[in-house]
Design a binder for this molecule. Structure first.
Ligand SMILES: *Cc1c(COP(=O)(O)O)cnc(C)c1O
Length: 360
């Protein structure tokens, strides 16, 4: 058996949720657990959060039904709404909330024959230009939804930010201003903040916050920010050294020989690769922790293995622990060496890497 594990600390998860709530004490909280809980295991994450949140959110009905089958009872919003009319009776049956973000979805709702009415959120496009009704359509959608017999409960109007992770961009302030103008005449609660909105843009908190990424303990910002200091990474990705060798100057390592030793070098092979969720684009110099000390990745990432330069470590042995990311080395930092963001690293973690819950 290989030593690879994605260790999950649910104390950290609940700590991060408490931190999120403390930043917007007047708002209700919807924890986003789409895409298998950003790769951490959707059901286990939902079960750990359920008692501490007002609602959960996923991308689509398949994800929501998996949580219901696992016994999760709290409200679950489908962030993209339904993709076909025949999902609406299922949503009604399983008490799922649905996003309405276009004409088609509104028509399906108005024309559906449902055993029970559904709670809806209305999404308005304030600049992301991906989903949502146009600002000038918002009032008409809102009144039709208010009048719709297949709808029940509060009607939340929401929007989504394009650049909230960039604190120097003025787009978020413009989106908030437009959202305020659109909703000034609309009754009902409002929601805008994803993790970077919640952490960095206090004017975005409104009545419901929708944190995702920050719950898993990483900062959505490239820069340091006071509100991210308390976050604790939930996932620690671990593996082990399985081979050691000494190279002479001029010897190269790995596929396509992308790294060549310039001095007598000691190379450790670690049994984790892109088939286990480690990013193939991680470049020479990407940090890896061996016995808690940083060493640089050298050579291409293979499917099942990587190689690191341990020349400067005093002691390394086969079997020693390697940490690819976790509290001492964030997924965001590793992602910065691999042309991506930490969101993608955890979300793409394949089933091949076992999830092990270390703090239930
Ligand atoms: C994914 C998502 C979120 C959560 O975003 P994070 O940046 O992970 O906090 C919130 N709202 C919507 C509509 C989303 O799709």
């Amino acid at each position: 058996m290989r030593a690879n594990q994605a260790r999950l600390d649910f104390d950290a998860l609940r700590h991060n949720l408490a931190h999120a709530r403390s930043l917007a004490p007047g708002a209700r909280t919807m924890c986003v657990v789409k895409a298998n809980g950003y790769g951490h295991g959707g059901l286990a994450i939902a079960q750990a959060l359920e008692a501490h949140t007002d609602a959960l959110a996923v991308a689509c009905i398949e994800e929501a039904l998996e949580l219901r089958e696992g016994g999760v009872r709290c409200p679950i919003l489908l962030l993209e709404g339904v993709f076909a009319a025949d999902e609406l009776p299922l949503a009604a049956e399983h008490n799922l909330w649905v996003m309405i973000d276009n004409h088609k979805q509104l028509q399906w709702l108005e024309q559906a024959q449902l055993a029970a009415p559904i709670t809806c959120w209305l999404k308005v496009d304030t600049g992301m230009h991906r989903l949502g009704v146009q600002p000038e359509e918002a009032e008409a959608f809102h009144s039709r939804l208010m009048a719709c017999a297949n709808r029940t409960g509060e009607l939340v109007t929401c929007t989504h930010f394009a650049s909230a992770d960039d604190l120097s961009s003025d787009q978020t302030a413009r989106q908030i201003e437009l959202f305020n103008a659109i909703t000034a005449s609309l009754p009902g609660p409002r929601s805008a903040a994803n993790s970077p909105g919640l952490l960095g843009w206090p004017d975005s908190h409104f009545d419901w916050i929708r944190p995702g990424y920050m719950l898993y303990g990483n900062s959505p910002f490239a820069q340091a920010h006071a509100n991210t200091e308390a976050l604790r990474p939930v996932m620690t990705l671990t593996s082990a050294v399985i081979s050691l060798r000494d190279l002479a100057p001029g010897d190269s390592v790995g596929y396509a020989a992308t790294w060549t030793a310039e001095r007598p070098s000691r190379i450790a092979t670690i049994s984790i690769g892109y088939g286990d969720g480690y990013p193939r684009l991680a470049n020479n110099g990407t940090p890896v922790l061996i016995n808690g000390q940083r060493v640089p990745l050298v050579g291409r990432v293979s499917m099942d293995m990587i190689t690191v330069d341990v020349t400067d470590l005093s002691e390394v042995a086969i079997g020693d622990e390697a940490i690819l990311w976790g509290p001492q080395l964030t997924a965001g930092e590793v992602a910065g060496h691999a042309q991506t963001i930490g969101y993608e690293l955890t979300t793409r973690m394949p089933a091949r890497t076992p999830r092990v819950i270390t703090a239930p």
